[in-house]
Design a protein around this ligand. Sequence first.
Ligand code: LLP
Length: 430
Amino acid sequence: MTPPFPTPPDLAGHPYFQYRNNVLYAEDVPLDHLAERLGTPLYVYSRAALKAAWQSYCSAIGPRPVLVCYGMKANSNLAVLGEFARLGAGFDIVSGGELHRALTAGADASRIVFSGVGKQAWEMRDALRAGVKCFNVESVDELHRLSDVAAHMGLRAPVSLRVNPDVDARTHPYISTGLKENKFGIAIGDALEAYRTAQSLPGLRIVGVDCHIGSQLTDISPYFDALEKLLDLIESLQQAGIAIEHLDLGGGLGIRYLDETPPSPRALLDRVFERMNARGQGHLQLVLEPGRSLVGNAGVLLTTVQYIKHAEARNFAIVDAAMNDLLRPALYDAFHGVQPLHPRAGDPAEYDLVGPVCESADWLAKQRLLTIRQGDVLAVESAGAYGVTMASNYNSRGRPAEVMVDGDKYYVVRQRETLADQLRGESLLP
Ligand code: LLP
């Protein structure tokens, strides 16, 4: 049997969630207060943590020409988007729905890049109408469709090609996207030809080169493997008379879930600029699309222990959050720390934290040493990224509420989904 995971002792990587007098707080708000008032499961975010994560990019950038486009698929709550818009972020979107959300939250369209392999004509039209900065195009077919759509509107769509540099991001296979086996991007060897095609189409204007090699990267070297290949491509483009304004390196910087030591934005940026300058491309604007590293450790998911079950092979803590609320453990075998809101004295036992959904994959944590009882509330850590955005109504469970803590105040930024909400739009047969 594998040994139980150690529990991180003091949430050291998560400074905005700390114990005071044996109660877990988000900033200056005791989390048990929120659980009592708003119920569980409940996503709780820290506004200060969002700002600090944003600031870590800003201070690494300094005066250099970098546009940070928040990869909003990580967390697209309006309040989160609004906060980043206020801070000056651009946005990386992948659908017409995300465009609508970003604009509703006050995003500046000229700082939006539109990624994704399957853009539909209506999504292209909406984005052109809004005036986005760039379409990150992922296939030659898409180039043709985008040119048609734009030309029809009397416009030229700004484009980058998302190039697949065939590098191994050394992360979970489901979130690795830069290998030639992946569906993403245009193979680097075919890129020059695709740029020539783009140049020949009437509805397009070439503005950049783009890649995104994967997510939760904890090793910095894959970025540089990709960067060198992109810089080679940019040189070939320049020789072919195709000028580029920006280089988009995508998102992907990892966060600490357990004991990872992901590179900081500064470690990444200093070396990226060093390489760009060394290759004579320091004049290019750099675009980044971080998602997880801006929001992941700015959120926790609160859940209440419903039942304790001592089965033959395992102890189960059956909680009121499930895979429909936080899919990452079921889908990627992902680790999320678990902390009680009120740590208890006494000998811990080893528990699997499981939800009420009728699937064996419905677990949130395995083999954790905890001292808990029925009714205790637990915080599932690092739930700010790819939590709510991947939530579903499976088993007809309403999606959880979301609340933003700001100092000693808090704001419910999304109501808990009601039973009526769940039935909206459905009907019986006549
Ligand atoms: N740009 C593009 C084109 C992307 O596909 C992604 C994420 C990002 C930016 C943001 O990447 P980040 O900085 O967050 O790593 N659901 C998975 C992660 C999927 C990531 C998909 N693409 C998870 O929960 O780990």
